[in-house]
Ligand binder design. Structure first.
Ligand SMILES: Cc1cc2nc3c(=O)[nH]c(=O)nc-3n(C[C@H](O)[C@H](O)[C@H](O)COP(=O)(O)OP(=O)(O)OC[C@H]3O[C@@H](n4cnc5c(N)ncnc54)[C@H](O)[C@@H]3O)c2cc1C
Length: 219
């Protein structure tokens, strides 16, 4: 478990950084909240009285919170957060979750991170917080433009389905089938439920024990 006690805060928006037509990074005040890389917070626009969970994208050492958000067409919270002006006060609670690295300082422990879309968020926080972490990150995207902040990772593989380019053409699950994982590897999977259950089964089939498989579902 995280060990951090959840608190309620009212941070102000610092800015919104657009990445693509559908995705952006929202930066808000941290207000001293402690967290571990991989954990999430809830965020909402105050007048709407509805919050959603977002994984913290920034590092433990940063004095702000970044979150990477997909702007869901017809969604309630994700488009509203994008429209926020600097200085607007939000509802925020957290931190939540136990999707964290157990011994980040042990560089002999090999990690495999598997993400689809904005499921890359916890791995951004982990890579930023623990620069010596021994990992490979597989990122499933439809288009090359969805390789959000790819320069921030030491070992990044884009698995691209919608264009004939990228490090690997196909889904992350195709990559996993074609590149068997050493059963000693500690695996973290984050994104949509269908990918998570397929990737989990593939990795179990390759001999990775269930206590080395950590899963975080966004939807
Ligand atoms: C632990 C946790 C952490 C999360 N972290 C993030 C994060 O870091 N970034 C992020 O963008 N979302 C994240 N989510 C999803 C987020 O909480 C919301 O579900 C999402 O922003 C949609 O909310 P909405 O009110 O705009 O749309 P709603 O009206 O609530 O949802 C519309 C539909 O959008 C789909 N959907 C939800 N999230 C996504 C997504 N990320 N990509 C594609 N389709 C989606 C679902 O099918 C959902 O039913 C996380 C969810 C959980 C449970």
């Amino acid at each position: 478990m995280s060990g951090n006690i959840a608190v309620n805060l009212k941070p102000k928006v610092i800015h919104v950084r657009d990445l693509t037509a559908r995705c952006y990074v929202l930066r808000v005040e941290r207000l001293g909240m402690s967290f571990r890389a991989g954990q999430s917070i809830t965020l909402g626009v105050r007048r709407m009285r509805v919050n959603r969970e977002y994984t913290i994208y920034s590092g433990e050492q940063d004095n702000f919170f970044d979150v990477l958000i997909r702007d869901i067409q017809d969604g309630i919270v994700s488009p509203a957060l994008r429209r926020c002006a600097p200085g607007e006060e939000l509802e925020c609670a957290g931190p939540y979750g136990s999707f964290v690295i157990e011994k980040p300082e042990d560089t002999s422990r090999r990690h495999l991170f598997v993400a689809t879309g904005t499921g890359i968020a916890p791995f951004h926080a982990m890579a930023r917080t623990h620069p010596n972490l021994n990992y490979r990150l597989l990122h499933g995207v439809r288009l090359l433009e969805e390789r959000y902040d790819m320069a921030d990772y030491a070992n990044y593989v884009a698995c691209v389905t919608g264009e004939q380019v990228g490090d690997f053409r196909g889904r992350v699950t195709d990559y996993l089938k074609q590149h068997p994982t050493d059963p000693q590897t500690i695996c973290y999977l984050c994104g949509n439920g269908k990918m998570l259950s397929e990737a989990y089964d593939i990795l179990r089939g390759q001999g990775v024990p269930s206590d080395q498989l950590h899963v975080e579902a966004f939807f």
